[in-house]
Design a protein around this ligand. Structure first.
Ligand code: CS2
Length: 506
């Protein structure tokens, strides 16, 4: 470990990878920036402590970005993570925990290699970051998951009509989705008499292990009821909470890394903060992650709910309202008092009121720490990136909490503002008329709603009637509905800042 002070006022610490290799014991689906800067760093620490071992990672992209797979291979499966405490203080970490990279996306060459790897007895854990939409599930507002294999109705159920799931039901041996790959690999293991791996979901969803189990067991039921029963009985799906801000890389990020001497197409820039809370249920064994900074706990739910509603909920508020105002990044939005006031009010009065905090946690201190993290201007975290897939994110970030507040007779003004902001964002332009793409699985349906409903009230009602996004009860709170309509009108007429000032008046 070398610490050096450059001629520029930048403190750069280099941490070299301290192991020469490891057998593969983990398969990861979703080789994005987040995985490289989060889970792979914890595994890197583990391998460095043990000088190798059997928990190396085989990481696969299953939808897109074959180029990254090639780049990692070309770079000898070695890449860098630049952890910025602030713009003058960076740790440059070399990571070699990912031992193998595969591309199993549509027409990808490595699907069979991936399934073989997942069926290997040496692999005992499969982790996932495939984003919320990658599980093909309806939202679950009750958080009571059902496991009746025959039923496809009810909250949290598998989207059996989604094209990719329909494909996996038709062609189970050539799956395109993460649930389909898990089912096929588990089926192969069952037939070969190999114990199943543990499935560890690392996506931002409440009860993410239970939801993954729902998708896998339900999909398996379409193929073979006994396989579904075997998975339900024998496969562990622990829940986890993941946290680290890892923006998509930009040309400017590669440029500043080049200035620090790092010429690496696989590099990732992120914040210094990192947290991983994992439910300790790994029947086939696990790395001794508790010595690498992972919190191994009995119940992840309080951590997950706190993070989703406070951090991700705030992110989404900034994403829609900030984008409408023509602001590009999280840290730019945090320069504006109207936005910090919005987040303070949202976190303290709306989000915190709905939480059962983890032991020892303090909502005020957590909110304060988030404001500091968001203001970190060494990250160019684009609001449009966070705005993506709103239909998949809003239920757990805002709407579940709003319903709890409304049922308890409490205020949900910030959430109503956010909902109006999201609706307006999905029209495809900001309030200055600049067009933007709307990246969401239901973008077309939302565009049709905008085209069909010209008056604000009927548009808002049409949005609230989208039951795969909004809990049906929300439309039954007239004050909430009126606040959304008023906020929509105010955004259109007066803009974001004036609307925030007006709605946030005590
Ligand atoms: C963000 C998250 O893009 C988003 O939706 O809210 O990726 C966020 O940065 C992470 O969850 C932080 O841990």
């Amino acid at each position: 470990m070398i610490s050096m002070l450059c001629t520029e006022p930048v403190n750069v610490e280099h941490i070299a990878s301290c192991h020469s290799g490891a057998d593969i014991g983990i398969v990861h689906l979703g080789l994005g920036a987040f995985h490289r800067a989060h889970q792979a760093v914890y595994v890197e620490r583990n391998l460095s402590r043990h000088e190798g071992g059997s928990w190396g990672i085989c990481s696969a992209n299953i939808r897109s970005n074959q180029q990254l797979v090639s780049q990692l291979r070309d770079g000898g499966m070695r890449y860098h993570v630049a952890e910025y405490r602030d713009s003058r203080d960076v740790t440059l970490r070399e990571v070699t925990a990912i031992r193998e990279a595969l591309y199993a996306g549509p027409d990808g060459p490595d699907l069979e290699a991936l399934l073989e790897r997942m069926s290997d007895p040496g692999v005992r854990i499969v982790t996932l970051t495939v984003t919320e939409k990658g599980y093909y599930l309806k939202p679950n507002f009750s958080l009571q998951l059902h496991f009746e294999l025959k039923s496809s109705l009810g909250s949290g159920a598998l989207l059996v009509d989604a094209a990719a799931i329909a494909h996996d039901i038709q062609h189970p041996q050539r799956p395109q989705t993460a649930p389909g790959m898990l089912v096929e690999a588990l089926s192969r293991r069952r037939e070969a008499g190999i114990a199943p791996f543990t499935v560890l979901c690392c996506d931002n969803m409440p009860d993410n292990g239970k939801r993954t189990r729902q998708a896998v067991v339900e999909l398996a039921g379409h193929r073979d009821a006994q396989l579904a029963e075997w998975i339900a009985q024998h496969v562990a799906f622990p829940c986890s909470m993941v946290d680290r801000i890892v923006p998509a890389m930009t040309a400017a990020d590669f440029q500043r890394l080049a200035e620090l001497g790092v010429d690496d197409p696989g590099a990732v820039v992120c914040e210094a903060f990192s947290q991983w809370v994992v439910e300790d249920h790994f029947p086939q064994g696990r790395p001794d992650w508790e010595h690498d900074g992972v919190q191994m706990v009995a119940d992840v739910a309080p951590f997950e709910t706190m993070k989703l509603r406070m951090l991700n909920g705030s992110h989404s508020l900034l994403a829609y309202l900030g984008s409408l105002a023509g602001i590009h990044t999280v840290s730019d939005a945090m320069q504006q008092q109207a936005f910090t006031a919005l987040l303070q009010r949202y976190m303290h009065t709306e989000a915190a009121a709905t939480l059962t905090l983890p032991a020892g946690a303090d909502a005020t201190a957590y909110a304060d720490s988030l404001v500091v993290r968001f203001a970190n201007d060494s990250l160019r975290h684009r609001l449009h990136q966070i705005a993506m897939d709103g239909s998949q994110k809003l239920p757990q970030r805002w709407l579940q909490g709003a319903l709890i507040n409304l049922q308890a007779g409490r205020d949900a003004t910030c959430t109503a503002l956010g909902v109006a902001g999201w609706m307006r964002y999905t029209a495809g332009s900001d309030l200055h008329g600049n067009a933007h793409g709307v990246d969401d699985p239901i973008a077309e349906r939302l565009a049709a709603l905008h085209a069909a409903h010209r008056d604000p009230e009927s548009l808002v009602m049409a949005f609230l009637a989208q039951e795969d996004v909004f809990p049906s009860e929300l439309a039954g709170y007239p004050h909430f509905v009126k606040t959304v309509v008023d906020a929509w009108c105010s955004l259109q007429k007066a803009g974001v800042s004036a609307t925030l000032v007006r709605f946030l008046q005590p």
